[in-house]
Design a protein around this ligand. Structure first.
Ligand SMILES: [Zn+2]
Ligand SMILES: [Zn+2]
Ligand SMILES: [Zn+2]
Length: 179
C-alpha cells in the first residue's frame, strides 16, 4: 500500500532517524528516550521513580512489543518486591505521560518514538520479529477524520494496528525462497 512509503516530516521524529527494523545505533534510541522522559517529568513536575524508569528502560531494550508479565519477570531480579500491580501502575504512568504506547492487538507495549504530546499512531507490527514501527501517517489519519466527520462519530483515540512482515524479515523470506 502506498502510504507505507510516505515519509512524515522529519521534525516529528524526536528520537530516531532510522527505522527501527533497520540497522541503527539502538543504544542511542534508549539513551534519547530515557533522557527525554527525565526532562519531561522534570518539566511536568511528576516523578520518574526508579521502578517507572526501569520499566521504561526494559521496554526500550528493543523495538519489540513487550507484555506486562515479561516486564515483571525481568524486573524481579532488580526489585524483589515488584508485584503485578507495581508494573501495571508504572505502565499506566508511562502511557499517560506519552512515553509508551499500548499495542492493543498484542496486549503489549512499545516505547514511543514520536512525541510526548498525545498523537495518532499507525503501528506496523511484524509477525516474524515482533518489532513494531510507529508512524504518524498524517494522510491516513486525515482521510479517517473525514470519514468520522461523515459518520458524526466522536473519536477518543486513534491507533491503527497492521500486522505483516517488516522490510528486513520480508527480505530474508525472499532470500530463503530463492535458495
Ligand atoms: Zn532503536
Ligand atoms: Zn508515539
Ligand atoms: Zn520483522
Amino acid at each position: 500500500m502506498l502510504y507505507y512509503n510516505t515519509h512524515y516530516p522529519a521534525a516529528i521524529i524526536m528520537t530516531l532517524n532510522d527505522l527501527p527494523n533497520q540497522k541503527h545505533n539502538h543504544k542511542q534510541c534508549v539513551s534519547n528516550a530515557l533522557a527525554m522522559a527525565e526532562q519531561v517529568c522534570l518539566e511536568r513536575g511528576v516523578q520518574l521513580t526508579p521502578i517507572r524508569y526501569q520499566v521504561l528502560e526494559l521496554i526500550w531494550e528493543s523495538h519489540k512489543a513487550v507484555k506486562a508479565y515479561e516486564l515483571l519477570d525481568r524486573i524481579k531480579p532488580l526489585q524483589m518486591a515488584a508485584k503485578p500491580p507495581t508494573i501495571y501502575r508504572a505502565l499506566e504512568f508511562l502511557s499517560e505521560q506519552g512515553f509508551i504506547h499500548r499495542v492493543e492487538s498484542l496486549n503489549a507495549f512499545i516505547g514511543c518514538r514520536c512525541s510526548n504530546a498525545p498523537h495518532e499512531q499507525l503501528l506496523l507490527i511484524c509477525k516474524n520479529c515482533q518489532e513494531v514501527e510507529e508512524r504518524t501517517a498524517p494522510k491516513v489519519m486525515q482521510a479517517l477524520s473525514e470519514e468520522f466527520n461523515d459518520a458524526e462519530f466522536i473519536v477518543h483515540s486513534k491507533a491503527i494496528e497492521i500486522h505483516g512482515l517488516c522490510s528486513q524479515c520480508a527480505a530474508s523470506v525472499a532470500t530463503d525462497l530463492s535458495d
